[in-house]
Design a protein around this ligand. Structure first.
Ligand code: NAD
Ligand code: UDP
Ligand code: UDP
Length: 311
């Protein structure tokens, strides 16, 4: 049995990771400042003696005793990370320094939730881990992209300079139950709009692509990364290579919800990447990982979740 620290554990991905770790019989300390997370995501564990929650902001030092760390704390949707950009970049940078300082003192492994956003609007397609990216350092997405890029730098410097078993996972767009209704991401927006019969908001012409990974597949990738030996650092892409246009996603959601919603075109946000698709060769080879959940099945589970909220 291991005691895990999961920062950002009350969020969408973190809460599913905690489900998995507790199911496997481990203990979990969830650290979260609740900026985008919610107690309801982890409410089902509150009476479990192996589960503990601590309200704390990772931009401040954290002194706890654990065996392994997943660092997920950071708002993830453009709407939420652009609400307070300075706090977003502090969370990635100061958060990484504190969490790496903690891992260094504890001599324990630490996995960083990085993002496909480090590739920016990519000029190489699909994106493999050797690609350095095409990121605007001063645009509205920079607080997130550049924050995550600095966090990666810190992870590799703590590995080289302080011998910390630091690992980096680059997560591509992930969806599933417990996405926040109002966080503005495309899958949650489209499903909520379709269920309410509201117009589906397509930003730009809808030809931009994303590759959507179901949350249980991502959690499996995170756990497998933690289980690698200290020689494995990543960065490793975790995502589903099945690429889809935003317009194609809207059509699928309308079909699966049997909605009468109409499509409504809205301006494309500044610096919105035109395409994105992971090359997952490293994950296949080093983690023996590949995604298992088809988009249709994942969307049905996510639609059921939003229906259960009364949408
Ligand atoms: P989320 O917003 O649902 O969860 C993030 C959690 O971190 C929330 O519970 C929030 O309250 C907490 N948090 C934010 N700032 C904090 C701080 N300063 N101190 C402590 N807690 C803080 O987002 P998510 O989708 O669950 O994403 C989890 C991680 O995965 C993030 O690091 C995100 O960047 C990364 N990621 C997610 C996706 C995706 O598609 N979901 C894609 C790429 C990367
Ligand atoms: N830190 C922490 N918890 C610990 C150990 C360190 O939060 O258990 C923080 C500490 O505040 C420090 C940061 O992590 O600012 C980086 O730690 P490191 O040991 O690398 O740096 P130093 O303490 O030498 O500045
Ligand atoms: N998008 C959209 N309508 C929405 C929300 C998002 O067309 O209501 C688009 C957005 O412009 C982007 C894609 O969907 O091209 C994915 O957006 P999301 O915010 O989910 O993730 P990210 O841009 O971070 O990949």
């Amino acid at each position: 049995m291991t005691t895990y620290l999961v920062t950002g554990g009350a969020g969408f991905v973190g809460s599913h990771l905690i489900d998995r770790l507790l199911e496997e019989g481990h203990s979990v300390l969830c650290v979260d400042n609740m900026v985008t997370g919610s107690r309801t995501n982890i409410a089902h564990h509150l009476s479990n003696p192996k589960f503990e929650i601590m309200r704390h902001d990772v931009t401040f030092p954290l002194y706890v005793e654990v065996d392994a760390i997943f660092n997920l704390a950071c708002p993830a949707s453009p709407v939420s990370y652009q609400k307070d950009p300075v706090q977003t970049i502090k969370t990635s940078v100061l958060g990484a320094i504190n969490i790496l300082g903690l891992a260094k003192r504890l001599k324990c492994p630490v996995v960083q939730a990085s993002t496909s956003e480090v590739y920016g609007s990519p000029e190489r397609h699909p994106q493999d881990e050797s690609y350095w990216g095409n990121v605007n350092p001063i645009g509205p997405r920079a607080c997130y992209d550049e924050g995550k890029r600095v966090a990666e730098t810190l992870f590799f410097d703590y590995r080289r300079q302080h011998n910390v078993d630091a690992k980096v996972v680059r997560i591509f767009n992930t969806y599933g139950p417990r996405m926040a209704v109002d966080d503005g991401r495309v899958v949650s927006n489209f499903i909520v709009q379709a269920l309410k019969g509201e117009d589906i908001t397509i930003y730009g012409d809808g030809t931009q692509t994303r590759s959507f990974c179901y949350v249980s597949d991502l959690v499996d990738g995170l756990v497998r990364t933690m289980e690698t030996g200290r020689d494995f650092s990543g960065p490793v892409n975790i995502g589903n290579p099945a690429e889809l246009s935003v317009h194609g996603l809207a059509k699928q959601v309308i079909e699966l919800t049997r909605s009468h919603s109409l499509l409504k075109t809205m301006p494309l946000p500044v610096d919105d990447p035109i395409k994105r698709k992971p090359d997952i060769s490293i994950a296949r080879e080093h983690l023996n990982w590949s995604p298992e959940v088809e988009l249709k099945d994942g969307l049905i589970a996510t639609i059921d979740y939003f229906r259960s909220l009364g949408m």
